[in-house]
Design a binder for this molecule. Structure first.
Ligand SMILES: Nc1ncnc2c1ncn2[C@@H]1O[C@H](COP(=O)(O)OP(=O)(O)O)[C@@H](O)[C@H]1O
Ligand SMILES: [Mg+2]
Length: 261
């Protein structure tokens, strides 16, 4: 799997003229790589992911998966969003199998794939319950299982742990790292959480806002096997400060626009 984003621009028309949400974004994700893009709110993170997912079309530039131009959504890219997007009236198993059903996968094969991925996310025992009976972290594990069930080449994650409390968030980050190592899937995650990005990524892109653009690319030279102890290491702190300094140098909102409020 190879994801390539080249000279990507996105403008949105508004009543007061057009907003440039993304300006000349260039990035790539290699096979089996875990890449994060980190930026303040308004830096165009969700827009970027929606363009890669094919949910929206770029104003200029292109997105390619294994050399093929993205012109719409496809099973090669699995999405996980911040807000729980499970269907509340469907059981956990039905939620995980829903995409497969749409793809016309047979009932028998669906059952096998659903039970496999429920096992991967450790929710086998919860197959028949409704989402409302699950905690936030468990709901996101269902969403991850649902995304994986269609066997995508890459997992696109838009602040998937943004709504979780700190402890659950750390558990989920550790879980995602293990899942990534076991499945060898490529992951592109976007987040505003600098520590999360440094903890998870092999490589990360720092985005600045207004317009959203890539400020710097940083290779995270930390061991692949990571646990939360690593946050205390000087190397980790160094990466964290480097990213924070970049984000500080370009405030997300101009001060005068804040003064109007
Ligand atoms: N559909 C849209 N119409 C108009 N402006 C939009 C739309 N979607 C996003 N934007 C603008 O694009 C910028 C980036 O938004 P977004 O991608 O949501 O950033 P982030 O996810 O980093 O917070 C913001 O200024 C936002 O207001
Ligand atoms: Mg967003």
């Amino acid at each position: 799997m190879h994801l390539e984003v080249t000279h990507l621009y996105k403008q949105f028309p508004t009543a007061r003229g057009s907003i440039t949400a993304l300006k000349d974004i260039n990035l790539h994700v290699e096979d089996g790589e875990f890449v994060c893009a980190v930026g303040a709110s308004g830096s165009g993170k969700s827009t970027l992911l929606r363009l890669i997912a094919g949910l929206e079309m770029p104003t200029a530039g292109e997105v390619r998966v294994d050399g093929v131009l993205v012109t719409g959504p496809g099973a090669d890219r699995g999405m996980v969003f911040q807000n729980y997007t499970l269907y509340p009236w469907m059981t956990v198993a039905d939620n995980v199998g829903f995409g497969l059903k749409l793809q016309g996968v047979s009932k028998q094969q669906r059952r096998e794939q659903v039970s496999y991925y429920l096992d991967v996310v450790g929710l086998t025992k919860f197959a028949d319950v409704l989402p409302k009976q699950l905690s936030g972290g468990m709901k996101q594990r269902v969403a991850i299982a649902r995304a994986l069930a269609s066997r995508p080449k890459i997992l696109l994650m838009d602040e998937p742990f943004g709504a979780l409390d700190v402890q659950t968030k750390e558990t989920m980050q550790q879980f995602l790292l293990q899942l990534w190592q076991r499945t060898n899937i490529s992951i592109l995650m976007i987040t505003h959480d600098v520590e999360e990005a440094v903890f998870l990524a092999q490589r990360l892109y720092v985005l600045s806002a207004h317009p959203g653009t890539v400020e710097r690319e940083i290779v995270i030279n930390l061991p692949l096997e990571r646990d939360h102890q690593i946050r205390r290491q000087p190397a980790f702190q160094h990466y964290r400060e480097e990213v924070l300094d970049l984000l500080r140098s370009k405030p997300a909102e101009p001060i005068d626009s804040l003064l109007i409020l």
